[in-house]
Design a protein around this ligand. Structure first.
Ligand code: SF4
Length: 396
């Protein structure tokens, strides 16, 4: 008995499209603004598909992120989705998402994307306030954002997620809540609401280091988080992950659920991450494997041209490390942690919780027990990362 499964599993596919018109000052994702690489990029990704297609028998989620994938023409999109379809069977009910930005998003592109099989869009609006958009140096205004939402509805794509940022210097809570209400008038299926964080190396991080602005304090961010959750749950959305809200369970982002549940996914393109849990094909029964590609288009293409994998680094994760990760990820979701399933998957000896911390967190209203499940409350979701570290009784 080898513990290695015979047939490859169904997986999720992420494709990183690393091109943007310009760099936003807060963004730490890999992207460049030299579109001369576009054709070579598509060839590179197709080559990478050919080298990785044996990992999965089929795909049930495909996510094209970036970068700004809406810079792709319809024929680019057709090329890339066509290549996906030649390498894998894409199941009939697969979730196929493309990230888009409001600028230049038009009805023709949207209907064309729908005809090519795209059935979910993630629209990066970030704010409806001119001051905030200018601070973030976004290249669209509120009118563009609302027009984009109208175009999406007219094109008949109903599964749309809206991305917004809170915790931005100078942001006013009342204005933020009014913006949310305005967005809710368009009934998006999903909202991803991220707190602005300053990532080392970004322009904003540097400006903050030089004292050019102050970030809101922890209490302000916590107030935004609570009020946002209250408004959206009242409006019928489920707050199912720290930053994610869905209009019903069927509208949760199935691709992201893969990440949070340690299910296998493959990332293609510069800087993309992949994960195979232990025991799958191409994985040892004892360790999971995570790897990520080089964050440089030139090097990415060069490695593929010379017949190598464009991998920057590979990490092997034993059951104990995976058990900690699973705890950490589960506490960020409203489904919480199923203790029995956790122990079955990673072994009793690796799944140790600090009972004293658990009891205290339940007493403080941060967690609650439901049989064999530990669930975070809204307050618990806000503190999920810290709770996971404190609850962990093993050594990751
Ligand atoms: S458009 Fe998106 S991916 Fe591109 S730089 Fe701005 S935030 Fe980053």
């Amino acid at each position: 008995m080898t513990g290695i499964t015979e047939s490859p599993p169904t997986g999720g596919l992420y494709i990183h499209f690393p091109f943007c018109r310009a760099k936003c000052p807060y963004c730490h994702f890999y992207s460049i603004n030299n579109l001369d690489y576009l054709d070579e990029f598509f060839e590179g990704v197709s080559k990478e598909m050919g080298r990785r297609d044996r990992l999965f028998s089929a795909l049930d989620t495909v996510y094209i992120g970036g970068g700004s994938p809406s810079l792709m023409t319809l024929s680019h999109l057709e090329k890339i989705l066509g290549a996906v379809g030649r390498h894998w069977r894409v199941v009939e009910e697969a979730e196929i998402t493309v990230e888009v930005t409001p600028e230049g998003l038009d009805y023709k592109w949207l209907t064309g994307a729908g005809e090519l099989g795209v059935n979910r869009l993630s629209l990066g609006i970030q704010s409806l306030q001119a001051g905030i958009l200018s601070f973030l140096r976004r290249r669209h205004d509120a009118a563009d954002a609302l027009k984009a939402l109208e175009a999406v509805a007219a094109a008949g794509i109903v599964n749309v997620s809206v991305d917004l940022l809170y915790g931005v210097p100078g942001q006013d809570l009342e204005e933020w809540l009014r913006d949310l209400e305005k967005i809710l008038e368009t009934s998006p299926a999903h909202l991803s609401l991220y707190e602005l964080t300053l990532e080392r190396g970004t322009e904003l991080w540097e400006e903050h280091r030089r004292g050019l602005f102050a970030m809101p304090g922890e209490e302000t961010a916590a107030l935004f988080f609570r009020e946002t959750s209250r408004l959206l749950t009242r409006a019928g959305y489920e707050h199912y992950e720290v930053s994610s809200y869905a209009r019903g369970t069927s509208r949760r982002c199935r691709h992201n659920l893969r990440y949070w549940r340690h299910e296998p996914y493959l990332g293609l393109g510069p800087s993309a991450h992949s994960f195979l849990p232990p025991g799958g094909r191409d994985a040892s029964p004892a360790v999971g494997r995570r790897w990520w590609n080089v964050s440089d288009v030139d090097e990415y293409l060069g490695r593929l041209r010379s017949g190598n994998f464009p991998v920057e680094e590979t990490e092997e994760l034993n059951h104990r490390s995976l058990a900690f990760e699973a705890l950490f990820l589960a506490l960020r979701t409203s489904d919480g942690l199923d203790l029995e399933g956790w122990r079955r998957r990673y072994g009793e000896e690796n799944c140790l919780l600090n009972d004293r911390v658990l009891e205290a967190a339940c007493g403080e209203g941060l967690l609650r027990r439901e049989g064999e499940r530990i669930l975070p409350t809204t307050m618990g979701l806000a503190l999920a990362d810290r709770l996971a570290v404190e609850l962990w009784g093993g050594t990751a």
